[in-house]
Write a protein that binds this ligand. Sequence first.
Ligand code: SF4
Ligand code: SF4
Length: 306
Amino acid sequence: MSGGGSNGTGGAERPIYGTNSRDMLQEKILKEYPRLGPDDRFTFACHPGVSCYNKCCGDVNIFLMPYDVLRMKKRLGMASGDFLEKYVLLPVQKDMKTPVVMLRMNDDEAKSCPFLAPGGCGIYSDRPWPCRMYPLGLAAQKDTPDGWRGERFYFLLQEDVCKGFGEAKEWTVREWLDNQGIDEYDEWGEAFKELTLHKFFEDGGILSPQKMHMFYTACYDVDAFRRFVFESTLFKRYEVDEDFIDEMRYSEEALLRFAFLWLRFSLFGEKTVKAKEGVLEAYKGTLDKKKIFGAQKTGDPEEEKQ
Ligand code: SF4
Ligand code: SF4
């Protein structure tokens, strides 16, 4: 935690209730905040010597992406279902297209982060993306033709409580991102955005409650998704590379990669997973499903609808 790493709450937001307030903040950032590129510089340091040390890890909204959850549950050695039950909130927001997952703060006066320890962040090397990014935020023009994948820029989240800006250590944006190990998180973040910003939603598509649940399970509940994958007839029905299947047996990252492919296929009809010969005919009713798959339940919500 010490040594220039951020104890902070990154791209996280101070609590802002209501979509209007959030929209207003986004508008303010887009209009007023100086935009930083990779070579722009800022001064900042976070270490136990700053008077505000540990004060920023509470009363804050930290939105989690699937890779954040994966890293934290692994770090804590917890089953994903237990992690989600204990550490996650699922706020219901107006016009929500995919599930929103937030870190649940403690129910104490300071609403402190459950991972805050006396010496700093108790899960420092596995802290989520927003905590790594701070004091940088990332924004994009929503109205670009390809949505959030349009012009993106960094900006400084200069919060009054944070004395780190008074420190002499100078960084470029790129140096900060490298120092915080952001690239790995960003790669997963980009793959996740392929789902959350899918054209399906732009075209007005809405996920049914059943599909919302599939989305949540595949993205966040890796142990449940493993059961779905290995305890169903999925690999009998779809062509998945044998090496990839083996990798999924021991690698949660591989399972998450497959989860993203599976969702693009099952929710949006992309050709990211290929059905085996005969399977489509079976589902069209021209072949006997039982003959192909046996009587085993697939666990696949899509099949159960047939
Ligand atoms: S995860 Fe760590 S850095 Fe992030 S808010 Fe919690 S204690 Fe702070
Ligand atoms: S407020 Fe700023 S300097 Fe203080 S602990 Fe948090 S990130 Fe570090």
